[in-house]
Ligand binder design. Sequence first.
Ligand code: RIB
Ligand code: CA
Length: 327
Amino acid sequence: MKHILIDADTGIDDSLAILYALRSPNFYVEGITTCFGNNCAEQSADNCLRLIQLAKCGYDVPVAVGANESLDGVFGSAPAYIHGDNGIGNVELPETTQEPINETACDFIIRKAQELKGELIIITTGRMTNLAMALEKDASLPKKVKKVVAMGGCYKVPGNVSPYAEANIHGDARAADMVFKAGFNLTVVGLDVTMKTFITQADVDNLCEYCLEECRPIAEYIKKALRFYFEFHRVTMGMAHASVVHDPLAMLIAEDPSLGVYEMVRAGVEYQSERFSGMITTDDGFVPVLDREEIAICIQVDSVKAVRRLFSVFQNMEPGRYNKKKN
Ligand code: RIB
Ligand code: CA
């Protein structure tokens, strides 16, 4: 069992990653912290609370609201045509009585790292601002967490908000630079692999046909949210009834690193130049001893296996299910 903390700017792809984590038998979600990005941190938290209720994971998952601007005080939000006005494709999930905890995201991260005694895995699917703020308060954090897996960056491929930068890293490049250099056992899952992994309408149809009865509301949510997300991919990338897979891929790799192939590099993030802000910079000089200053950048992934696994947690995987249905 992996004990994880998710730090998200809960948009559509974040929501898929969160639902997966809440249903996977391999994860125990210690909590979710939220950040600005796809929308503001409060809206992200509200989305998380509704998703937790939808997932019915059987245990309490605290949610802590985090940063609403970058370390340098800049708020930026994705245009509504990507994730909708509410971040989850304008799908109206039922309200919940659960409220965010009375603790900031960075304090919650520090406390959980301490409590879990080296077992905590942090998965970031948005800006790294909360993690950088936690680092500012506790520089020994990298020694206290098992691993960080971050969706973000573009290593050998173009960016999605500039030719050089991916949105999560660009949104707070200085925070990302801090996290890259802090000495975390860090795996970066960026556009090099997420832009080559696809969800299609056929996956959604399969999910709806074969989902577990208890997961039917989840399947309905995914169907509606992805309809919105597919439309964004159609008008911006010419993709028909399909989308790329950003945040869920980071979650799947956190669960099973063997899905990916990695390059170990000493890396930082450019944050001073306006033009190149958010660009991953690497030091390719020979390093005689591998140490935690190197981070793992995912350069290849088994996309087919990843997407199958993503939907499998919501489905009835019993042999004979298909035959039973036909009879
Ligand atoms: O660039 C993709 C990332 O930006 C994803 O995490 C998406 O949710 C947005 O935050
Ligand atoms: Ca995200």
